[in-house]
Each structure stands twice: as C-alpha cells, then as structure tokens.
Ligand binder design. Structure first.
Ligand code: TYD
Ligand code: MG
Length: 456
C-alpha cells in the first residue's frame, strides 16, 4: 500500500500545500485550506487511469462535426425542461446542488421514473428500502428503474456496464469513493476524482449523469470549485423549508440560456410544477396593509408578480437602527434609504427597517427599486398602497425614475392577474395593455401618484 502523507488542500482550486496558511497561495482564496491525505504520486496515477479511458482524439474539419449529438431529450418534467432548455443532453453531466431536505432526491427519483429506457439510481446515502418507500409514495416504481445502494466507484461503473442505462443519478458525490484515490469520502481529492471519472464515463457511453452535491452553510457547493468546471450544467434547488415552493435555477449551462427559473411545489405526492407562479405568489396576499407592494419582475424569460413587504419601527435614538433584507439586496436597500432621505425627505434613520420578498424569491433587478421605495414610504406613513396597483422602475441617485426592460411583458402579466393600474417610468415607450398607466419621472412624482404625501 502506498504511503500516505498529510497535506493541506485548497477547497476552491484543489492545490495542495505541505503547510497550512490562511490564504491559498495558488488562487488567493481565504480560509480555504483543509487537511487531506495524498498518495506519493496520486495525481499522476489518477491522470493516467483517466486518460486510458478516453479514446485518442482526432482533428476533424468543423463542418464535418455532427451537431446532432447535443439535442436535448425532454425529461417529461416541464419545469426541469424549461431550466435545461428542452431536456438532458445525452453524454452530459449535471450537478444538482441544494440544502439537505430541500427535495433533490425526490426530484431525481421522479426524473428517473419518467426516463425513456433503463435508468439507474445510485443511492450512497439512503438504503434501497428507504428509496423504495419514497418511490411508492411518488408513484415512481417503474420497471425500467434500477436501484443500486453503493458507495464504491468501481462497483458503480460495473453496474453501468451491466444495465447500460440512458440516465444515471449519483446521490451524492460526497458519499461515493474511489478506493484508488486513497482519501476519505467527501474529501477534495475524492469529490474531484470521482466527478472526473463520471464525466469520462458519461462522454464515453453517451449517457446522461446527474450528480447530487450538498451545499455548505454559506450556500456554496461543498467540494472544490473544480467540480463546477468539470460538469456541463450546475443546477441549484432552493426554497424555504417551511414553504412548499421550490425554485430551480441553472448557474451554469453549456447547452443554452442559463437564466431560466423552474418552479415546483412540494406536495404529498412529490414535486409538482407550478405553471402559474404569479397566482401562487399572490394567494396569501392581504390587501390594504401599509408597507406592501406588488412588483412585476422578470425571471429568465417569464414575468412574475411578487409581493414585496416592508415594515418600519421607531427605535431609541443613539443606537444604529437595524436593517434587514430578505430577497432584496442589502446594499440596494441602504442606497434607496439614502435616496429617500435626500430626494424625498423621508428619513428612516431612527427606524428599524425590514424588507422581505414573499415566497423566497430573490429580487435581483433594479426594476424593483421604485416598488421598494413606495412600500417603505407606505410603511412609515401608515398609508396602504392601492390594492390594484403595480409599480415598476429603477431609481437613480438623483431620485429620477429610470426605464427598465420587458415593460410590456410585466404589464401584461399584471393585467392578466387583474391589476388595473401601474406606475411606470415617464420615459417608457407607449404601451397598450389592459391597465391604466401612470408615468413618473421622479420618486416624488411616483409618491404623489400612489397617494403618498411626504413633507418633501
Ligand atoms: P428529499 O428529496 O429527501 O431532500 P434532499 O434529497 O434534498 O435532502 O426531500 C425530503 C423532504 O421532502 C422531506 O422533508 C419530506 C418532503 N417530501 C414531501 O413533502 N412529499 C413527498 O412526496 C416526498 C417524497 C418528500
Ligand atoms: Mg437526498
């Protein structure tokens, strides 16, 4: 047996060092070095073993290269296909990340059961019985779905050889081990080595492989960042535990646009796609409450109406007042508070400020600025905004209301859900939709249009 030595390995770039330090000397990441073991010539052996699997490459004129191999195959799960731009590409490797209990195994079991041709579920975390019980509940006991409770890579490869599946799921990459690599399961060496091996197998056999990856407390994918580089697609599954809504996003996708959002609801019988997301987000909305506003946002290609809530609460002067933002960028909230103070004379310095987007959605775009400002003024003045109003616009440092993209789509969605008036940037193009358009060129004009008066 080869002698192992202790090294300190960067969990971001994978470089190993004999000594620990606070910063990786190779990629510059802070606090990323973790203890690991390494065989004397482990990297060479792994590389040689990996290369032996790949047929020798041959240069071909680009016009002769077939582009048909990369046609996606629909998975039958509409919301997943939306995010993947049509389906899974044969020979591709997809990494699905998400917090424990969010529903990764559930989604993949549903995916496997609906696959055309044999599919293989490698469960390295749960027992076959546990998976069977879940499959019963999900109606996923398909005759072409094979179950393999296994952690060892060679045995997994042997099963792929035997069954020749068109789809393989590895649940999870942190619990599988390749004994050749000599390091502990979940270590950087193992995670990276196993992922490389799976990518080679996927390409060689033209089989789609989906790998489950756990996320760390900080929300990043556990294991080296190289994992994200070696796979074709990185999906993240998000949501709040106490809420049934689940959001699926692609942070990397080699085969198409990567900004589509998939929406699911966790039900008694598994994950169900949510075709009308705006409707769902507004179900529990209470109208006539100060501090609340409805904002039409764009997620991927589709418009989504979300409720943005704010709450302000006076605090004793002298202590810095708390600012809390959920689903809204903290820096953006601070900036808008400053703009409100300077341009509209609304001071929230002596108030705690809470802003939250209902349903676990993250409002990343500046188009929500004006809505957030109006909600904040509504909260502090205790005057509710009209129940049938939506607000769209970016707010600049001068207090001006700036244009945003996809205005037609946003307004059509608002009209479809029965909103009859919209405050939009004055510079917006003429638009014919089923709701009354009110134009504002400044924050103060918008406040007046919304029936909010300030002493500014
Ligand atoms: P799971 O898929 O095991 O999550 P992960 O693999 O990401 O850790 O999801 C587990 C949760 O989902 C668990 O809290 C129970 C819930 N659940 C349902 O609500 N309905 C169902 O039909 C299933 C299978 C799970
Ligand atoms: Mg799981």
């Amino acid at each position: 047996m080869a002698k192992l030595k202790l090294v300190h390995r960067c969990s971001d770039c994978g470089t190993s060092f004999p000594k620990w330090s606070g910063r990786c000397l190779s990629c510059g990441a802070w606090n990323s070095l973790v203890e690991d073991v390494e065989g004397p010539d482990e990297s060479h052996a792994t590389l040689a073993a990996g290369l032996a699997l790949v047929p020798p490459g041959e240069a071909t004129p680009i016009g002769d290269v077939s582009s048909h191999e990369s046609d996606p195959v629909p998975t039958g799960i509409g919301e997943l296909d939306r995010v993947l731009g049509g389906g899974l590409v044969p020979g591709s490797v997809t990494l699905l990340g998400g917090e424990p209990g969010i529903g990764k195994s559930t989604l993949l079991l549903q995916l496997l059961a609906g696959a055309t041709g044999p599919s293989l579920y490698v469960t390295a975390e749960e027992s076959a019985q546990q998976v069977r019980l879940r499959a019963d509940r999900l109606g996923a006991v398909s005759p072409s779905l094979w179950l393999l409770p296994e952690m060892s890579m060679p045995n997994i490869i042997a099963a792929i050889d035997k069954i020749s599946p068109s789809l393989v799921v590895i649940d999870s990459i942190q619990t599988v081990v390749d004994p050749e690599l000599g390091s502990a399961p979940g270590s950087v060496v193992q995670v990276r080595g196993c992922a490389h091996r799976l990518v080679q197998e996927a390409k060689r056999r033209n089989v789609s492989i989906v790998i489950v990856g756990h996320v760390t407390k900080e929300g990043g994918l556990a294991g080296p960042r190289v994992l994200e580089h070696v796979v074709d697609t990185v999906l993240s599954f998000e949501g709040e535990r106490h809420n049934a809504l689940r959001l699926l996003r692609a942070s990397k996708h080699r085969f198409g646009a990567n900004n589509e959002l998939g929406l699911f609801e966790m039900t008694e019988t598994g994950l169900q796609g949510v075709p009308d997301a705006s409707q769902l987000f507004l179900t529990d909305r209470r109208t006539g409450v100060p501090g609340s506003v409805v904002v039409p946002t764009i997620e991927g290609q589709r418009p989504l109406l979300v409720e943005l809530q704010t709450l302000t609460n006076p605090v004793n002067s002298g202590v810095p007042a708390r600012r809390s933002a959920q689903g809204v960028d903290h820096g953006r909230l601070s900036m808008l508070l400053a703009v409100l103070e300077r341009r509209a004379r609304v001071s929230l310095a002596a108030h705690e400020v809470y802003a939250s987007v209902v349903g676990g959605v993250k409002l990343g775009e500046p188009a929500a600025d004006l809505g957030l400002c109006l909600a904040l003024v509504s909260a502090i003045t205790n005057v509710p905004l009209p129940a049938d109003l939506v607000v769209i616009g970016e707010v600049g440092l001068a207090g001006e209301v700036r244009q945003v993209g996809h205005l037609g789509q946003r307004l059509n969605e608002a009209a479809r859900l029965g909103f009859s008036q919209a405050i939009v940037p004055a510079s917006a193009p003429d638009i014919n939709v089923g709701c009354t358009i009110r134009r504002a060129s400044t924050l103060n004009e918008a406040l007046a249009l919304a029936g909010l008066t300030t002493n500014g």
